[in-house]
Design a protein around this ligand. Structure first.
Ligand code: 4AD
Ligand code: MG
Length: 464
């Protein structure tokens, strides 16, 4: 092989015309090989783009036995001249001059043909990143993560790292995974027969975090504007297409923001992320649009171009009650809305994203600011077509007495450090949490959240 610098498939295709007539060096995995006695065509992909580079092997230069190992899934290194392509579907192709085979992929390679079902690919989750579909999803996922950091950095927010192992329970939902080094078959007990956590690794009960918010509030009441972006763990037994046991959450927290500022930020943020993906992942989104969801691009543009509806919970419930629609779960004031209710408001009634506010305090977390009516709190859930809840947030209760009352009512303990934010220099503040995979789900148009994270965790599944 000549000493030429390797180029990615993406670089070769985008530089195309400028490189024509020069010798290029490319490496990648073979997607397909076809052809006849005189010439063989290989579609080469290296993950840099959804598009393949066509490599042409002239059989007067390469023998059958040299080409034999080049089957779907094998990995190769090729040098050759880049030329304008005669065939349809690509503007340039490589006339192979030299070939090195890195690794063969025998006939039992599971990803032989195109068009495997998503269910089949979930069984082969360790290999599915090599498919067109998952390549597209994972590149979009990357772009969205990058857009999120860019959005907040450009606005002067600080990336604040909250702990994954925690001794507090933010959402009070009680669905936490415990972290312990105690011998499970022989647990040390105290005099009352309860597990003696003082002998555990941290000297107390510890869990994986369900949210970085409470610690995020410590950051916001010092740095002003912060966001977190990290893994989050929930042990609820939710076998749905929208729940994972391990997912990523973005949680901005802003000092001096009230609920309206919070809604403005959430709407701007989510529109920014979608615009970023449309601009930077055009090929991948087009592929998903054409293969899975013909309305995807229209839906993404629609969300960017339209104001979200802002509606108090009480009015939302009224609309649901008066809709005459038969829901599986009953609707009444005070109920925690089910996904079917949220989707009715968004998809059938308003046909737009909806930010629902001012929920009954009983169905929301202890930290939300109580309204003057004494019944509702300044919560805001952003509800999206196809997804339901994509963001949950609120203005926080900054009044020490009111917050203490709520903490006592709910019997929460070990919150002294949190109460110090209200005890010393308390300020109005707000924040929200975006479920990263729900955003990726929306932007890719996929149906199942298990298909938008490389290694999904859900009840009875912890592969790799
Ligand atoms: O509504 P949640 O529970 O809110 C919080 O955790 C707050 N502490 C956020 C805050 O105000 N800083 O979760 C926020 C979002 C949801 O709207 C949803 O998008 C996502 O996290 N989410 C999940 N995503 C995937 N799988 C699950 N099991 C999820 N649970 C919540
Ligand atoms: Mg929520």
């Amino acid at each position: 092989m000549d000493d030429i610098r390797r180029k990615t498939v993406k670089a070769v295709l985008s530089e195309g015309a400028a490189l024509a007539g020069t010798k290029v060096d490319v490496k990648g995995w073979v997607r397909t090989r076809r052809g006849n006695k005189n010439v063989q065509f290989v579609a080469l992909n290296d993950g840099s783009t959804i598009n393949n580079l066509q490599i042409v092997f002239d059989l007067s230069k390469f023998s059958d036995s040299e080409l034999k190992p080049i089957t779907t899934g094998s990995s190769i290194h090729v040098q050759g001249e880049l030329v304008a392509s005669q065939g349809a579907g690509q503007s340039v192709e490589v006339q192979a001059e030299e070939l090195e085979v890195y690794g063969t992929a025998p006939g039992d390679y599971p990803l032989q043909k195109k068009g495997h079902t998503l269910e089949f690919l979930r069984e082969k989750a360790h290999l599915r990143p090599r498919t067109n579909t998952f390549g597209a999803i994972l590149r979009i996922r990357h772009a969205l993560a990058f857009a999120i950091h860019k959005f907040f950095n450009d606005k002067g927010f600080y990336y604040f790292h909250t702990p994954l192992i925690t001794a507090s329970d933010c959402e009070g939902a009680g669905a936490q995974f415990q972290v312990t080094t105690l011998p499970l078959a022989d647990l040390p007990k105290d005099e009352e027969g309860r597990v003696d956590y003082s002998q555990d690794f941290f000297g107390k009960l510890a869990s994986l975090t369900v949210s970085g918010q409470l610690e995020g509030e410590l950051g916001a009441t010092a740095l002003g504007l912060i966001y977190t972006f990290g893994p989050t763990f929930r042990a609820e037994n939710s076998n749905t297409p929208r729940h994972l046991s391990e997912f990523w959450m973005i949680e901005p927290e802003m000092a001096f923001y009230e609920i309206a500022d919070n809604m403005d930020l959430a709407e701007e943020f989510i529109k920014y992320c979608i615009s970023y993906a449309l601009e930077h992942c055009a090929d991948d989104i087009r592929f998903l649009n054409d293969h899975f969801d013909k309305e995807l691009i229209d839906r993404l543009k629609f969300v960017i171009d339209n104001d979200f509806v802002r509606l108090p919970y009480t009015e939302g419930v009224k609309i649901l009650e008066e809709s005459g629609k038969k829901f599986e779960f009953p609707v009444y004031w005070g109920v925690d809305l089910a996904s079917e209710h949220e989707r009715f408001l968004v998809e059938e009634h308003f046909k737009k994203p909806v930010i629902l506010t001012d929920y009954p305090k009983e169905i929301k977390a202890f930290y939300m600011k109580l309204n003057d009516d004494g019944k509702t709190v300044r919560a805001m859930d952003v509800l999206f077509p196809k997804i339901g809840e994509i963001i949950g947030g609120s203005q926080r209760e900054e009044n020490l007495e009111k917050l203490q009352k709520r903490v006592d009512e709910l019997g929460l303990t070990g919150m002294d450090w949190y109460m110090d934010t209200r005890r010393y220099g308390t300020v109005p503040h707000s924040g929200f949490g975006l479920g990263f995979e729900r955003l990726v789900l929306f932007v890719t148009g996929m149906q199942n959240i298990r298909d938008v994270i490389p290694f999904p965790r859900y009840p009875n599944n912890c592969e790799f």
